[in-house]
Design a protein around this ligand. Structure first.
Ligand code: ADP
Length: 245
């Protein structure tokens, strides 16, 4: 269980996240949907412990910056940060050692094959195309196999094969009981089996709804998104306009 309580993050006068609260239930897939600049990356970076903020974030009751929390949290950043002088396989081995993984060779092979990097093992970070860097970024984040995984705009920059593979992988992780939090600004990309969607705008949560609530409303996620972000038909699904208590 991951709990975000009353998190506010300011950059100078700009409030990137304003009193944001929500819970990620174990084994659930939560989509964080919002336009560019909504505060999605800010909340994800706060959870992973990269930013200072007001409020509290706990992972299974532990402070998110504790060693115990770090062991179960995984993060796939929007922008890959690769080492230009390390090869693809060296990047993977570096992460395996950093996380003290054992018997990781098969897992490395599986990930590189699935994301079509198998023949790029000896390429250096700065020899990879942007899309290949994105795919390596994904493989590096998935390698430690964390229980809770935060994916920041994971589909951006991927080719169709990688998008399909990642969506399949997400479904598999969901079946395996992983807790997933996936941010996106592309409504059409939210076609995987999500359990909850949180819609953010201007640093605030505008809706926090389960899939069942959206289905019962008879509206599409797109309808709901425009209702809560552009103020059209304010009468419908729960949670709109207010952060979750
Ligand atoms: P999203 O991920 O939804 O696109 P962000 O969390 O990146 O949104 O940004 C939320 C707000 O915080 C935006 O107004 C953005 O300009 C601002 N912001 C993000 N990072 C920084 C930073 N390092 N310094 C100053 N402002 C920032």
């Amino acid at each position: 269980m991951l709990e975000v309580k009353n998190v506010t993050k300011r950059y100078g006068k700009n409030v990137a996240c304003n009193d944001v609260s929500f819970t990620l239930e174990p084994g659930s897939l939560t989509v964080l949907l919002g336009p560019n600049g909504a505060g999605k990356s800010t909340i994800i970076k706060s959870i992973i412990g990269f930013l200072k903020y007001d409020g509290t974030i706990t992972v299974n009751g532990m402070n998110n910056k504790s060693v115990g929390a770090r062991k179960v949290l995984g993060y796939i950043p929007e922008m890959p940060s690769l080492y230009p002088t390390l090869t693809v396989i060296e990047h993977m081995e570096f992460i395996a050692r950093a996380y003290k993984l054992t018997n990781y060779k098969d897992r490395i092979n599986m990930l590189l094959e699935r994301f079509e990097l198998d023949d790029k093992r000896k390429k250096f970070g700065d020899e990879l195309s942007k899309g290949m860097q994105q795919k390596l970024n994904l493989c590096l984040g998935l390698l430690p196999d964390p229980d809770i995984i935060l994916l920041d705009e994971p589909l951006v920059g991927l080719d169709p094969h990688a998008i399909k593979e990642l969506k399949n992988y997400i479904e598999e992780m969901r079946k395996a009981g992983k807790t997933m939090f996936i941010s996106t600004h592309i409504i059409d990309s939210v076609d995987m089996l999500w359990d909850r969607t949180i819609i953010m705008q201007n640093g605030q949560i505008k809706a926090n709804v389960t899939r069942a609530e959206v289905d019962q409303s008879g509206k599409s996620l797109e309808d709901l998104f425009f209702e809560v972000t552009e103020g059209i038909d304010k009468s419908s699904v729960s949670g709109e306009g207010e952060p979750e208590a």
